[in-house]
Ligand binder design. Structure first.
Ligand SMILES: Nc1nc2c(ncn2[C@@H]2O[C@H](COP(=O)(O)OP(=O)(O)OP(=O)(O)O)[C@@H](O)[C@H]2O)c(=O)[nH]1
Ligand SMILES: [Mg+2]
Length: 662
């Protein structure tokens, strides 16, 4: 890095959650970070470059005081890293957002205000006199519609003008402060009773380097960890309420001076939002949405698109062509044989079947999911689905946000494990991961399963869904009772309903798909090589024989061992394998339940290990063997002993009845 770059000033984007900071960041720095229509999309900082500045995107925060983890991150950046800030403000929420603006100005942080969402303000009938606002605040204010790029040029041009007024009225509170050598930023936080700042002041005998500098960060951190001041006396001004009250009044005054609200009535989107979170109307809407998703992903993509790719593109063209090339390029020698087997065997050849599974099966499903999820995220429907399902899921130890991984899981458990990131606490992530791994079939598998059960009759399908829901419920309750802690209530600010921007949805999908391929493809390749090697050495047959006792327990033939083996790799392989076996209806039923409850596929396992930890992964893996065979054996016994007796009894009753009336 050149000196030039080293000494660049840092500009931090700060503001409330979901106001468009990341969109502004993307427009200014010309690099993409995740943008979604719910608060808390950004959980970490991202750096970029804009002209001569280093730009930092931060998680949303309602202020600079350290009330939550996100606010702590933002506070540290504002205090220790940023030379100036762009304060992104939602023009429709001035009463909420200007509080932080005034706080920044009280702290003396050089600021430019980006007055974002001007389009929505206009739609709501809100008029803002931007010049008057600029005069009131004493810093540049730039109206923007970040998603359309409006105002971004001006924002960039006015960055050098970032400033803070010399006096804001906070100064009169400073007179009560003890004699400490700190800058205005920390003085402001001190009179607001910001604990980490107070502790750091108490800790630092010789006060602070002034103004704010990187050294202070270390001092702050040390203080944060200690939790107690070295000399025991932490400064408390007791003036927080006074300072906040004062600031709130000023927010009110500013708004009175600059904003005019026309009367527009309730917008359509808001009325729809009300319908969605009311259980009575929301449930059918949610079911309809889930139905559409299921149709799009389970039927259109999983069956039509994937079938076409597998049967035509790979079956007729790609695989034969590649096999031809490999066999003609490799010399005919003994030592070549295993290599050729690894590359092109029908089971999991590295350059044939493996490529087919990644590009022909997984890729289309993954893209379809990301598109659907992107639309759900950007429209604001996701958090509403969450609120709606909050109650039911609370009973199994999850909050409503867990619905998202569950929905995603019916498509692909591997993907869903990633989305558990949004499920709140560690405990909830653990439970939802466990339930996903245990009893949520993925759509590729579900397609095959539905086909098999459909040939047996509707009753079997209902029974299958019933068994899975039963297992989910029992497992959820057991996990909820045994894991320490309690589920958090769902606290989420409902974002506004918005029409998703196709560009953002596509961009997000593209980024996520790229990440998926980068992570999954190499793993799949390695797995394929391992399995093929085992196959070549004859290990597959031996394993099948070893599994005999288990398959017997289920009342299934020895060939089911091979299905289990396939299931270790991917559950849909197992489902497909079932179609090749000669089985009776109850055997098919038991087999399908077992492979659904069986261990998560290898990719899911890798993801679980990556997202959780080794212990969780092992417990889940071993646990699913137990649950799958426990439930399977119980069902098999039921079919062998209970069903015939019930049938006989019912038959007897009917015969008696017939005899009586006859
Ligand atoms: N109509 C409209 N929507 C916008 C505008 N700017 C951003 N959005 C939308 O607002 C939502 C939130 O944008 P983000 O950039 O993710 O917001 P953020 O401030 O980074 O949010 P967090 O990271 O959660 O704090 C997205 O759905 C954007 O498409 C705007 O000017 N007009
Ligand atoms: Mg963001």
């Amino acid at each position: 890095m050149s000196d030039d770059v080293e000494h660049r000033e840092t500009v931090a984007l700060v503001g409330a959650p979901n106001v468009g900071k990341s969109v502004v960041f993307g427009a200014l720095a010309d690099s993409y970070v995740d943008v979604s229509n719910y608060p808390g999309t950004t959980v970490d900082t991202t750096q970029g470059e804009c002209d001569d500045y280093r730009l930092t995107d931060t998680p949303g925060a309602h202020g600079i005081s350290s009330f939550s983890e996100e606010e702590r991150v933002t506070r540290d950046i504002v205090l220790n890293e940023a030379d100036r800030v762009i304060n992104v403000v939602d023009a429709t929420q001035l009463d909420r957002d200007l509080f932080m603006t005034l706080q920044l100005l009280d702290m003396g942080i050089p600021t430019v205000v980006a007055l974002n969402m001007m389009d929505e303000a206009a739609a709501d009938g809100i008029e803002i006199d931007v010049e008057a606002l600029e005069a009131e605040l004493g810093v540049p204010v730039v109206p923007t519609v970040a998603v359309d790029g409006d105002g971004i040029g001006e924002l960039r041009d006015r960055l050098p003008e970032a400033s803070a007024p010399d006096e804001t009225g906070i100064e009169r509170f400073f007179s009560d402060l003890p004699a400490v050598e700190v800058g205005r930023a920390r003085k402001t936080l001190l009179v607001e009773d910001d604990e980490p700042t107070a502790r750091a002041v108490a800790d630092a005998d010789d006060g602070f380097d002034d103004p704010v500098g990187p050294d202070d960060a270390a001092a702050d951190d040390a203080a944060d960890q200690d939790g107690v001041a070295a000399d025991g006396g932490v400064f408390a001004s007791g003036q927080r309420e006074a300072v906040y009250g004062n600031r709130r009044r000023r927010v009110g005054d500013v708004i009175d001076a600059v904003q005019h609200r026309g009367d527009r009535g309730r917008p359509l989107a808001e009325r729809f939002s009300d319908l969605m979170i009311d259980p009575l109307t929301g449930t059918p809407i949610a079911l309809a949405i889930l139905g559409v998703i299921f149709y799009l992903i389970g039927v259109v993509v999983a069956q039509k698109v994937v079938d076409f790719l597998e049967i035509v593109v790979f079956g007729e063209y790609y695989n034969p062509a590649v096999e031809g090339v490999v066999t003609s390029v490799l010399p005919a020698a003994n030592w070549v044989e295993p290599i050729e087997f690894l590359l092109v065997n029908d089971n999991l050849g590295l350059v044939t079947v493996t490529v087919q599974y990644i590009l022909g099966v997984l890729l289309p499903l993954v893209i379809a999911f990301y598109l659907v999820i992107g639309v759900l995220e950007d429209s604001g429907m996701l958090p509403r689905l969450a609120v709606l399902t909050d109650r039911g899921l609370n009973r199994v130890g999850l909050n409503g946000r867990a619905i998202v991984p569950m929905i995603v899981g019916v498509g692909c458990v591997t993907m869903a494990v990633i989305t558990t990131r949004m499920v709140g606490s560690r405990r909830e992530r653990l439970i939802s991961t466990a339930l996903l791994g245990l009893a949520i079939p993925c759509s590729a598998q579900l397609g095959v399963i539905m086909g098999l059960l459909a040939s047996l009759g509707m009753g079997w399908w209902v029974a299958y869904v019933g068994v899975l829901l039963g297992v989910l419920g029992v497992a959820g309750v057991v996990l909820d009772r045994t894991l320490p802690g309690e589920s958090e209530a769902l606290v989420t600010e409902l974002p506004r309903m918005r029409i998703p921007k196709p560009r953002n949805v596509l961009r997000k999908t593209y980024n996520r798909t790229k990440m998926f391929l980068r992570e999954a493809a190499p793993l799949f390749g390695v797995t394929a090589i391992g399995v093929s090697a085992l196959d070549y050495a004859g290990g597959l047959d031996a394993i099948e024989a070893g599994l005999e006792p288990l398959t017997g327990l289920l009342g299934l033939p020895q060939e089911f061992g091979q299905i289990l083996l396939l299931g270790l790799i991917r559950r849909d392989f197992a489902a497909a394998g079932m179609t090749g076996l000669e089985l009776g209806p109850s055997q098919i039923f038991v087999g399908l339940v077992v492979i659904t409850l069986f261990v998560p596929c290898i990719l899911s396992m890798v993801m679980i290990l990556k997202e959780r930890d080794l212990k969780t992964g092992l417990v889940m893996w071993v646990g699913s063997w137990a649950v799958a065979f426990g439930v399977g054996a119980a069902l098999a016994m039921g079919f062998a002993y209970v069903v015939p007796r019930v049938n006989a009894a019912v038959g007897g009753v009917i015969a008696t009845f017939a005899g009586v009336i006859g």
